[in-house]
Design a protein around this ligand. Structure first.
Ligand SMILES: [Zn+2]
Length: 347
């Protein structure tokens, strides 16, 4: 976004100069130079960027926000009365009963109107409850809107704590929080909570700090669907929110729990990306275990965080996992910091 803003500001600046220069014949040469500069800027921007693709050197949040603002919203029916809305941030799941829609996550703030239209078009029923899988902006952006409409917000108790004040996520550029009271969860739980929506039973579980300290995994039965939030994105390296209690060990532990409570037929709704299977989740867990082992080895050998990045320990996984908004470098830094923090290197 920053590029777009600064680019349009640059154009405005040159437009002003051009108007001024038109009154001074002698400045024709400098005007031509300026026009050539603008042209070069346009060409370099166009060359460095395919549509919807992130520019180099951007933070995780810049890349992610560009993607979430420009991706068309897609509705997928995954079971009778179960829908996924994707594109406008984290995946949004809707579960319908005779009179209402229960939502899991609420996308980014700037696309909540799109999302609300898509939900009503698919379900034909008003949203009455909204569960947040965790506090990040791309999963809670619609909270202000839905909370203001009287929707009951539900989450693990630490989500309320995080959204109540400004939070920074290291290595990502994410700075968010201090939401108004109506956007904060009114119903919270600590380790598990049961909800019913029509014929579906929802079991909300927190397996301890993982992606953040307030992650909720939602088992939906009998549909045999699990919504896992950003513990797993398909296929993007995970963000490990170190300031909110997240850790690589915690993510792996949560994945082991989810794998133990699912079967071959379970449909897994990731935080981002297409619907997945238990086998996809297993591959992802195995990748994380291997990366953890490699980076632990580097820490044990006394390497610094920059040396760990230079060692490119994720190289063989990068074609599958490293093409999204979390680059291999950023992922390596988060894993290294997480392991250095918890002292896993000595284990
Ligand atoms: Zn997240």
């Amino acid at each position: 976004m920053r590029n777009k803003i600064s680019f349009s500001r640059t154009l405005l600046y040159f437009q002003e100069l051009k108007e001024r220069n038109n009154t001074f014949e002698g400045n024709r040469v400098s005007l031509l130079l300026l026009q050539a500069t603008v042209l070069a800027l346009v060409v370099s921007l166009a060359a460095s960027r395919a549509p919807g693709q992130a520019g180099a050197g951007e933070t995780v949040i810049q890349k992610a926000t560009e993607q979430f603002e420009s991706t068309p919203l897609k509705t997928t029916a995954i079971d009778k009365g179960l829908f996924i809305f994707s594109g406008d941030g984290g995946n949004v799941t809707a579960i319908v009963d005779n009179a209402s829609t229960l939502l899991v996550d609420s996308g980014i703030n700037s696309r909540v109107t799109d999302l609300n239209h898509a939900i009503f078009k698919a379900t034909g029923r008003p949203v009455t409850r909204l569960v947040n899988t965790h506090w990040h902006f791309d999963h809670t952006g619609g909270n202000v809107y839905f909370g203001s409409e009287g929707v009951t917000l539900i989450a693990q108790e630490n989500v309320t704590k995080r959204l109540s004040s400004v939070q920074d996520v290291p290595f990502t550029g994410i700075r968010d929080g201090h939401y108004p009271p109506q956007a904060l969860p009114a119903e919270t739980y600590s380790s598990s909570m049961a909800l019913h929506q029509g014929s579906q039973q929802l079991t909300l579980v927190n397996y301890g700090p993982s992606h953040t300290d307030g992650d909720t995994v939602i088992y939906i039965s009998p549909a045999n669907v699990v919504v896992v939030g950003d513990i797993f994105s398909n296929h993007v390296y995970p963000i490990i929110d170190l300031a909110s209690g997240g850790s690589i060990d915690g993510i792996i532990q949560s994945l082991n729990e989810i794998l133990a409570h699912t079967d071959k037929q379970t449909q897994i709704v990731p935080g981002h990306g297409p619907l997945a299977t238990r086998a996809d989740l297993e591959d992802y867990r195995d990748m994380l275990v291997q990366v953890r082992q490699r980076i632990n080895g580097l820490i044990a050998a006394g390497k610094t965080i920059d040396e760990a990045v230079a060692a490119a320990s994720t190289q063989d996984f990068d074609p599958t996992w490293g093409g999204g908004y979390v680059t291999p470098d950023v992922f390596t830094r988060m894993v290294f910091s997480s392991l250095a923090k918890t002292g896993s290197a000595s284990r």
